[in-house]
Design a protein around this ligand. Structure first.
Ligand SMILES: *Cc1c(COP(=O)(O)O)cnc(C)c1O
Length: 423
């Protein structure tokens, strides 16, 4: 991977042809250390958020040894790069071939299920193995989530107690899991889900060895500033104490977004400006899927090879490169009023569900990865550093667009309010 101090250094040193993912491995390490130090249990990385080799390798180097995998290629990826890793196959619907290969060829012993038919599949394909850890996925409310994941997976109240009981009979270790939904803005959502799980366990009347609180831990986006991560961990810790589980039960979490979101930004080049329409070389079929479909604002900067973009702004609509008309981001986005062909737009916080979502549609989808050393946006892990970097990011042609600055002010205000409340 080529290395640059900043994305602007890259833009100034050579033409930027395709989209470029700017990796910040130190942000990943900071997030991984934070979780390993502060979460009172196992931290499983949800591979689907970003399966890039450098991500898996950096997490492994940071000491992450547990991985939440959802398909055979993810199993094979982790097996090939992470000697001694523990994998949990957490997709509630697996092919028989995937179950068999994961168990017999890759030593995967942890499987999730949300119905009896899947339980039967797992038992049949592992030859009724005596060493299985079986995790029953429960359906819980996704009210606190920005991207709800309820409705597709999970055993509901009516079936769960019976399924927990039946699974107990075949499991060396039994767990329950849920997913509160992605980008969960309310720590209390974890407590509610854990209390719901506790009621279902009590109804089942069996012992449970593992409580897996899933993913959903948030990242910071403009106008979407979550409470500090420590509040999530505190809510989980106290709810765990109140659950009807053995006092020596294990606690797991499966963060995807929270570990990797901050660690990648994506550079996309402006190919044409036509009135207020900006055509870029990345879009909804590339790394910007979430920008189009989740419709929440990601932080942005503009880089120009020669000279600096104007301080004045205008409102633009953004379009991706494919011929599909849903490949568009109506925004409107506030960008320099002299935005022109060749300018490079940098979208921050795209480590999760960014490059991972890129398709080959229309011949696009190649993404180069480089490493950079700056971090201009607010961080869940060390806000002080991030604020200094935001201040520095305004110089030298790289311009932090207004809502990134607004974000910083708002975060400070929030932190001040919080500190005042404590006093
Ligand atoms: C996607 C997923 C995760 C990760 O979710 P984030 O919101 O990115 O933290 C964790 N567990 C399961 C089962 C998932 O499907």
């Amino acid at each position: 991977m080529s290395q640059y101090d900043t994305p602007l250094d890259l833009v100034r040193s050579r033409p930027v042809e395709g989209p470029v993912a700017c990796a910040r491995p130190d942000r990943l390490t900071a997030a991984a250390s934070w979780f390993q130090t502060n979460f009172p249990g196992e931290v499983l990385y949800a591979v689907k958020a970003n399966p890039s080799h450098w991500v898996i390798d950096a997490l492994y180097a940071a000491g992450i040894r547990w991985f939440d995998v959802a398909s055979l290629p993810e199993v094979e990826l982790v097996a090939s790069r992470c000697p001694g890793a523990t994998m949990a196959f957490m997709h509630p619907v697996k092919s028989r071939h995937a179950i068999r290969t994961a168990y017999f060829d890759h030593g995967v012993k942890i499987f999730v299920l949300d119905c009896e038919a899947e339980l039967e599949k797992i038992l049949a394909e592992t030859g009724h193995a005596p060493d299985l850890t079986l995790v029953v996925r429960l359906a819980v409310s996704n009210d606190g989530a920005t991207l709800p994941l309820a409705g597709k997976f999970g055993a509901g109240e009516d079936e769960a107690p019976d399924l927990i009981r039946k699974t107990r009979a075949h499991a060396a270790e039994l767990g329950v899991s849920f997913h509160v939904g992605s980008q969960c803005m309310a720590p209390s959502a974890y407590r509610s889900a854990m209390m719901e799980a506790s009621r279902l366990i009590a109804k089942a009347g069996v012992t449970v060895d593992i409580v897996d609180v899933g993913g959903g831990f948030p990242a910071i986006y403009p106008g979407m500033i979550p409470p500090p991560m420590s509040e999530y961990v505190a809510a989980i810790r106290s709810a765990f104490e109140d659950m009807m589980v053995l006092s020596n039960a294990d606690l797991w979490c499966e963060p995807g977004r929270a570990l990797i979101a901050e660690a990648v930004s994506v550079l996309t080049r402006v190919e044409l400006v036509k009135g207020d329409a900006v055509y870029m070389n990345d879009g909804s079929y590339g790394c910007l899927f979430d920008i189009v479909h989740a419709k929440w604002p990601f932080p942005m900067r503009v880089h120009r090879r020669h000279g600096a973009p104007s301080e004045e702004t205008a409102l633009y609509k953004l379009y991706g490169p494919t011929c599909d008309s849903i490949d568009s981001m109506p925004g409107p986005y506030s960008l320099p009023s002299d935005l022109m062909e060749g300018d490079v737009l940098e979208f921050g916080m795209l480590g999760a569900y960014g490059t991972a979502m890129a398709t080959r549609f229309n011949g696009f989808g190649d993404v180069e990865t480089v490493t950079v050393a700056d971090f201009p946006w607010a961080s869940m892990y060390d806000p002080a550093d991030a604020s200094e970097a935001v201040a520095a990011g305004g110089e030298d042609g790289g311009r932090v667009v207004p809502f990134a600055r607004g974000l910083r002010r708002r975060r400070h205000r929030l932190m001040k309010n919080r500190m005042m409340k404590r006093r």
